[in-house]
Design a protein around this ligand. Structure first.
Ligand SMILES: [Zn+2]
Length: 420
C-alpha cells in the first residue's frame, strides 16, 4: 500500500510537469530519395527526417525511424536532403536593402528568396554592409515579420587610411563617408568595439585596396590590433587580401578567414606562405565565380578571362590539396549574379569532391564558428536546418544549386513552385 501511494504520488508529480492536453510543438516528416546526413557519413537511401519544433527529432532509413502519431507529411518530401547551407560571404548592400527597418516586409522577403534562400542558404555571413541597416533586417526576420536566413554580420568593415577601394565607387557618397579608415591603433580598436557592441559577429579588414593609382595598405599594427581586439571578444576576423602581399599581411595580423583567393594573380602562392596559412588554421573562401563576373564587366577577352579564372582555380586547388580549410561563399550582394552553379563547377574543377563542397557549406562553418553541437549535420537533436535538392549532388556538384526547399529551424523559408 505504501509503495502504491509512492507510485501514485510520482504519477501525480509527472502529471503536474506535463499536464494533459499540453500543445506539442509542430511535428512533421521530410522524406528523401537520399539523405546526406554529413559529408563524412554514407548517404541513406529512402531516408526520413522527423522534425519537431526547431529541432531534428530523428533521422535514418525509413525502416528504422518511428514516425510519431499525428506527424504531418511535408510537400518538400522527395529529393536529396542535406543539412542547411551557409554562404560565408554575402553583402546586404544596395537599393534592395536600403531602409530595411521600414521597407515593406514583402519586398525584403522577395529579395531574400532571390539572392539567398532559393539557393539553400539557411545561414549567411554578411562581411561588410551598412551595419545598423543589416541589424534592422536581421531583427525583423528574428521577430517573424518575414521569412529569411539567419544573418551574421561584421557590420562596418575597416579600410586602410585614405584607402577606400575603387570598386566601391558606385556606392552612395553618404555611405562611403561612414566607412571606417582608422588612423591609429586606438581608433581601430574603437571601431571593432563599436561594431561588436552594436551586435556584429566578427570583423572585416581590407588589408590592401586598389586605388585609381596603385595600392593602399592597412598598417600592420592597426591590422594586428583590430584582430587581437576581435579575438579578445571571442569573434573571428575576415580579411580581404587582394594579392599575395595581402595574404602575408593578413597572416601576420592573425586573421582567421581570407574572404577571397588572390584573384588576377597568375603566380602561385609561395610554398612557405601556403604552409603558414594552413598551419595557422586560416580558412579561405575562394569566390571563384566572382573572377569571371568581374572580367566580363570589364569586357576582358575570353582567352584572358579563361587564363585568370584558371589561375584562381589553381590557388584554391593547391590550398585544398595541401589540407587547407575551404569555406563556401560567393560575394552575392556585391555580385549581382546570384546563381551559384558556376561556383560549384569551379570548386569541382579545383579538385573538391561533392562531399568536400558539402563540408564547405555545412560542417566546416559549424566547426569554424564552434556550432558543431547545434548544426551542420542531420542528426537527432540538431537544429532543423535542411536543404532539399531536386537532383543528386554526388552525380554533379552543380546540383547543389538545384534547391527545392530550404528549411531553417524547422520552418520552410523557401519552397519551389509546387512544393509550397
Ligand atoms: Zn565581398
Amino acid at each position: 500500500m505504501k509503495n502504491c501511494l509512492k507510485i501514485l504520488s510520482v504519477l501525480l508529480a509527472l502529471a503536474l510537469v506535463a499536464p494533459a492536453g499540453a500543445v506539442e510543438p509542430d511535428t512533421w516528416v521530410l522524406r528523401g530519395t537520399k539523405i546526406y546526413p554529413a559529408p563524412d557519413q554514407p548517404p541513406i537511401a529512402d531516408g526520413v527526417v522527423v522534425i519537431r519544433g526547431n529541432r531534428i527529432l530523428a533521422a535514418g532509413d525509413k525502416a528504422s525511424v518511428k514516425i510519431p502519431a499525428g506527424a504531418r507529411e511535408s510537400k518538400c518530401s522527395g529529393g536529396f536532403v542535406t543539412a542547411g547551407f551557409q554562404n560565408s560571404h554575402v553583402h546586404f548592400v544596395g537599393a534592395a536593402w536600403d531602409d530595411a527597418g521600414k521597407k515593406p516586409a514583402a519586398d525584403l522577403a522577395r529579395e531574400l528568396v532571390a539572392m539567398l534562400t532559393r539557393y539553400g542558404y539557411a545561414s549567411v555571413f554578411d562581411i561588410a554592409s551598412d551595419r545598423d541597416n543589416t541589424l534592422a533586417l536581421r531583427a525583423r526576420i528574428e521577430r517573424g515579420e518575414l521569412a529569411g536566413p539567419r544573418i551574421l554580420t561584421v557590420g562596418l568593415p575597416l579600410f586602410p587610411l585614405n584607402g577606400l577601394p575603387i570598386y566601391l565607387d558606385h556606392l552612395p557618397r553618404e555611405f562611403l563617408n561612414r566607412l571606417p579608415q582608422p588612423a591609429t591603433v586606438a581608433a581601430a580598436v574603437a571601431v571593432v568595439g563599436d561594431n561588436l557592441a552594436a551586435g556584429a559577429d566578427g570583423t572585416k579588414l581590407f588589408i590592401i585596396t586598389p586605388q585609381a593609382r596603385g595600392l593602399q595598405r592597412m598598417s600592420a599594427d592597426i591590422a594586428r590590433a583590430a584582430a587581437d581586439e576581435t579575438h579578445r571578444r571571442g569573434k573571428l576576423v575576415f580579411a580581404h587580401p587582394t594579392d599575395i602581399d595581402g595574404v602575408a599581411a593578413s597572416i601576420a595580423a592573425g586573421v582567421d578567414i581570407l574572404a577571397h583567393t588572390t584573384h588576377g594573380m597568375e603566380t602561385p602562392w609561395p610554398d612557405a606562405l601556403l604552409k603558414r596559412t594552413i598551419s595557422q588554421g586560416v580558412s579561405v573562401i575562394p569566390t571563384l565565380q566572382l573572377m569571371g563576373y568581374e572580367l566580363k564587366k570589364e569586357n576582358v577577352p575570353p582567352a584572358v578571362t579563361q587564363r585568370l579564372v584558371a589561375a584562381s582555380v589553381e590557388h584554391a586547388r593547391s590550398f585544398a590539396a595541401a589540407g587547407g580549410q575551404i569555406l563556401f561563399g560567393t560575394d552575392v550582394g556585391y555580385m549581382s549574379d546570384f546563381d551559384p552553379t558556376e561556383e560549384y563547377r569551379l570548386l569541382s574543377k579545383a579538385g573538391l569532391s561533392a562531399m568536400q563542397i558539402l563540408a564547405s557549406l555545412t560542417t566546416t562553418p559549424a566547426t569554424r564558428w564552434k556550432e558543431s553541437d547545434r548544426c551542420g549535420r542531420i542528426v537527432a537533436k540538431m537544429e532543423a536546418d535542411l536543404v532539399v535538392l531536386d537532383a543528386d549532388p554526388a552525380a554533379d556538384p552543380a546540383n547543389f544549386a538545384r534547391v527545392a526547399c530550404t528549411i531553417r529551424s524547422g520552418k520552410v523559408i523557401y519552397a519551389a513552385a509546387g512544393r509550397e
